[in-house]
Design a protein. Structure first.
Ligand code: SF4
Ligand code: SF4
Length: 384
C-alpha cells in the first residue's frame, strides 16, 4: 500500500514502523474473511484492511476523528488477520501504534475503561473487589457476574523451584486452582516451581487500550522481578498474559527484557514432553484455542496432542480460528459484539455434544461459561 506520511512522523520510531507495516499490505482483503468483527458487522471499516486504511489516513493527515476511534475500538486484537495474511502484515503491532495515537489525542472518559486500566491490574484493589462481589453477587452488574460466580478455591503455589508460574491479575483472583494444579502436575514429574510475589499485571490490558506508557511501566516492573538468574523458565497458564510477556523484548527493547521474554513459555510447551492420564470421568471434549494461543503464540496442536494422549476425544469444532468475544477487556467495553461472538462460539462448540469445553485463558473460560451448558475448564484441570 502506497503511503505519503510526513517526514516528521517518519522520523519517530513508531511512525517509521507503522509506515513499514502499512506498506507491506497489498490490500488483497484475504484477512477480511477471517476477521470476527467483519463477519458480525459486515462493514469494510470493521475489517483489518479497512482499519489499515484508517490508520494510514490518520498518520498522513495527523488528524484523529470519531471514525478511526470507533473502528479501532471495535478491533478485538485477536490477530486472526495476521495468521491469514499472505504478505506477513504485522497488524497487531500496527493497531498498537494506532491506538496509542488515539489514546494520546483523545483520552477516553469512559468509566468502564478507567476501571479496566486502573483497578483490574492492581492486585490490592481487584482481589478485594472480587471477594466483595462474591458476597453481593445479586447486586453486581451483569458483565461482572461471571467473574464472581464461583466461590474461591484456596489454592497457592508454595515452592522454591527455578520454574516460575505467572499468576496474572484476573486468574489469580478468579481461578487460582489452575496454577496450583499445574504445580502438582510438575512436582510429580520432578519439576519444582514457585511464584514471584511482586509480579504485576502483564500490561496486556492497558496495551490493548492504547495506554502504551502504562503497559511499559508494568512490563519494566515484571522484567525487574524476573531478572533473578535462578529463574530458568517463566510459565504462563493464561495465554493472554503469556503472549504479552513473550513480547517484552520488542515492547521495551532492552537486553534484560529480551532475556526474560526468552524464558517465557506457555504451560503447553512445558508439558508437551510428559505423559498424562485423564483426570475427569468424561471423554468428549470441545477444545477452544484462545486467539492469544493460536494467533499470538502460534501454538496450534500442542494442547490438542496432550489432551488426546491423555485419552480424551476432541470433537470437531467449526471456525476454531474465530475469537469468542472475550479478548481481554473487550467483553466489558464492547458487550454487544462480544455477546454475538459468544453466541456463535457456544453454538460451534456445542454442535457435537461435548461433555466439557476446555480452553487456555481465563478470559475465554469465564466468557464462555455463560451459556455454554456444559462445564468450561482450563485444559490443565483435565490432566492427572
Ligand atoms: S491479507 Fe494482508 S495484505 Fe491482504 S489486505 Fe489483509 S493485511 Fe493487507
Ligand atoms: S485483530 Fe481480529 S478483530 Fe482486529 S482486524 Fe484483525 S482479525 Fe479483525
Amino acid at each position: 500500500m502506497k503511503t505519503s506520511i510526513s517526514k516528521g512522523v517518519l522520523a519517530t520510531s513508531a511512525g517509521a514502523r507503522a509506515n513499514e507495516i502499512i506498506r507491506a499490505c497489498v490490500h488483497c482483503g484475504f484477512c477480511n474473511a477471517t476477521c470476527p468483527t467483519y463477519q458480525v458487522l459486515g462493514n469494510e471499516l470493521d475489517g483489518p484492511r479497512g482499519r489499515i486504511y484508517l490508520m494510514k489516513e490518520m498518520l498522513e493527515s495527523g488528524h484523529v476523528d470519531d471514525v478511526v476511534e470507533t473502528h479501532l475500538g471495535r478491533c478485538l486484537t485477536c490477530r486472526a488477520c495476521e495468521t491469514t495474511c499472505p504478505s506477513g502484515v504485522q497488524y497487531g503491532e500496527l493497531v498498537e501504534i494506532g491506538r496509542e495515537i488515539v489514546h494520546y489525542e483523545r483520552p477516553s472518559r469512559s468509566l468502564m475503561r478507567r476501571f479496566v486500566t486502573a483497578v483490574v491490574p492492581r492486585r490490592d484493589l481487584f482481589e478485594p473487589l472480587i471477594t466483595i462481589g462474591r458476597f453481593f453477587r445479586f447486586l453486581a452488574p451483569s458483565r461482572f457476574k461471571r467473574l464472581v460466580k464461583k466461590p474461591p478455591v484456596h489454592a497457592a503455589v508454595d515452592g522454591d523451584g527455578e520454574v516460575v508460574l505467572l499468576q496474572g491479575c484476573v486468574q489469580r483472583a478468579v481461578t487460582p486452582e489452575v496454577n496450583a494444579h499445574l504445580a502438582r502436575l510438575l512436582a510429580k514429574r520432578g519439576v519444582a516451581t514457585r511464584v514471584v510475589d511482586d509480579e504485576s499485571c502483564c500490561g496486556g490490558l492497558p496495551l490493548h487500550l492504547g495506554d502504551v506508557a502504562d503497559a511499559k511501566a508494568l512490563a519494566r516492573k515484571n522484567v525487574a522481578s524476573m531478572k533473578d538468574e535462578r529463574v530458568s523458565r517463566v510459565v504462563s497458564t493464561a495465554s493472554g498474559c503469556g503472549v504479552t510477556w513473550k513480547d517484552y523484548g520488542r515492547l521495551l527493547g532492552s537486553v534484560d527484557a529480551r532475556a526474560v521474554a526468552a524464558k517465557v513459555v506457555d504451560a503447553a510447551e512445558l508439558l508437551a514432553e510428559f505423559e498424562f492420564e485423564r483426570r475427569l470421568d468424561v471423554r468428549k471434549v470441545a477444545w477452544h484455542p484462545p486467539c492469544s494461543l493460536q494467533h499470538g503464540q502460534a501454538l496450534t496442536g500442542v494442547v490438542e496432542r496432550i489432551l488426546e494422549q491423555a485419552g480424551y476425544e476432541l470433537v470437531p469444532v467449526a471456525d476454531a480460528h474465530l475469537c469468542c468475544g472475550s479478548a481481554g477487556s473487550y467483553a466489558l467495553l464492547q458487550p454487544g459484539i462480544a455477546d454475538e461472538l459468544r453466541k456463535r462460539k457456544v453454538a460451534a462448540l456445542g454442535r457435537n455434544d461435548p461433555e466439557v469445553v476446555a480452553t487456555a485463558n481465563i478470559g475465554c473460560q469465564t466468557h464462555l461459561a455463560d451459556g455454554m451448558g456444559v462445564p468450561v475448564h482450563h485444559w490443565l484441570e483435565l490432566l492427572e
